[in-house]
Design a binder for this molecule. Structure first.
Ligand SMILES: NC(=O)c1ccc[n+]([C@@H]2O[C@H](COP(=O)([O-])OP(=O)(O)OC[C@H]3O[C@@H](n4cnc5c(N)ncnc54)[C@H](O)[C@@H]3O)[C@@H](O)[C@H]2O)c1
Ligand SMILES: [Zn+2]
Length: 371
């Protein structure tokens, strides 16, 4: 792997996200949560603050976050939302606004998002819109949030009509990935996060992919020595992609590898049956098979991809009844990337390199899912 991140003597890895005046740092290390207050003070983010968390992450980490902020002279308020995707709603946003106003958070205030991707997306959107925008800090506590959702500035909530339909591009001022918080993450959530980690290897970094193949047993044991450089490398790849294409007019689309099929599985089989990471694991394997047909991705690479997901305990195929199959393709046609009956795909030429904008007919996709 080619690292460009800084490794401080303290053992903290620091990845820069370069976006001009909106640039910020992602720190990856154990023990960052107790340093939250000091970090916020250093950045001079404001006087008052609010921690937005969910019931699960809050139970474990609200107290140390709160105490750290108090030690640095802040008077934080704590807003706890219910755990789960349903909290990503305009109703919860409204509740958060009301609480912030009650606590008299004004322009010189900031928000700390403490939790997984749900909390990050929700709290980020609240920060983007409350008083037309106040600063926020991400303290992601799931693997998915550490390697993906906390980086890059996509914030938002769901509507009944679909996921992430209301939102804003709004960058955090700092991201603190505390590896210690991953210790309490349920096994299934951890493995689901690995689906995004593997994705970075496929789309951008063959050496990362090879390292994952080699170190998977240690990663599954959440060995911090092994996890730290891997998480930092994933953040670095996302930062690089976002730095080149913040609002997804081109390159950023590569982050959607496996996601067109993955989202369709989530939409048609129903949220709840598959976690996002599980759905995109199936989606990435299908995309690899399509890549073989269309771009000549070597069979050996398809096998390595399928095998790595399998070893990570993730599903690689889906059994579909004909009704489900119809629903899945209907869901795929509703996807943003569809035009004129063809679906725009991200496909791999080889592990570590993908191309986007490949137009694929639904019949080929059907074959890849059936194979
Ligand atoms: N903004 C982006 O770029 C982006 C990218 C990918 C995904 N997302 C969004 O992220 C969300 C999914 O995020 P997620 O997978 O982190 O789900 P999540 O936030 O729902 O967290 C998963 C579960 O783990 C619990 N949890 C969180 N941290 C924990 C910890 N350390 N210990 C124990 N339990 C913990 C949560 O309460 C929840 O029950 C989706 O809404 C998705 O749309 C956004
Ligand atoms: Zn994803």
């Amino acid at each position: 792997m080619q690292f460009t991140f800084n490794l401080y003597a303290s053992g903290v890895r620091s990845v820069p996200v370069q976006l001009g005046s909106r640039s910020y740092e992602i720190k990856v290390a154990p023990g960052l949560l107790p340093k939250l207050g000091g970090e916020c003070a250093r950045l001079k983010l404001g006087d008052r603050c609010a921690i937005i968390t969910d019931a699960n992450a809050g139970k474990k980490y609200a107290e140390p976050a709160y105490e750290s902020l108090v030690r640095s002279g802040f008077e934080p308020s704590l807003i706890t939302v219910p755990a789960g995707e349903t909290a990503k709603s305009l109703r919860t946003v409204q509740n958060c606004y009301d609480r912030l106003a009650e606590q008299q958070l004004e322009r010189k205030s900031f928000i700390v998002a403490l939790g997984g991707g749900v909390v990050g997306d929700l709290a980020g959107f609240v920060a983007a819109t409350y008083l037309r925008g106040i600063p926020f800090v991400q303290l992601p506590t799931t693997l998915l949030a550490q390697v993906d959702s906390s980086v890059g500035g996509k914030t938002g909530v769901n509507l009944r009509a679909g996921k992430n339909l209301v939102g804003a591009f709004y960058q955090p001022r700092l991201v603190l990935c505390d590896l210690d918080t991953l210790k309490t993450l349920p096994e299934r959530e951890f493995r689901a996060g690995l689906a995004e980690v593997v994705k970075y290897g496929i789309i951008y970094d063959a050496k990362l992919f090879a390292r994952l193949e080699r170190d998977l047993p240690k990663i599954l044991k959440r060995d911090q020595e092994v996890l730290a450089p891997v998480i930092a490398r994933c953040c670095e790849i996302k930062a690089e992609v976002v730095g080149k294409d913040e609002t997804e007019s081109g390159l950023r689309a590569i982050l959607n590898f496996g996601h067109t099929i993955g989202h369709a599985i989530e939409n048609s089989v129903g949220y709840g049956k598959f976690l996002h990471g599980e759905a995109i694991s199936i989606g990435q394997v299908a995309a690899a098979k399509l890549s073989q047909r269309i771009l000549g991705l070597p069979q050996r690479d398809v096998g390595r991809i399928e095998n790595l997901f399998q070893r990570a305990g993730l599903p690689v195929e889906i059994q579909l009844s004909s009704t489900r199959r119809k629903k899945l393709f209907a869901a795929m046609r509703l996807d943003k990337k569809v035009s004129g009956g063809e679906i725009k795909f991200v496909l791999a030429e080889k592990i570590g390199r993908v191309v986007w904008g490949q137009k694929i007919s639904t019949s080929l996709i059907e074959e890849a899912l059936a194979a």
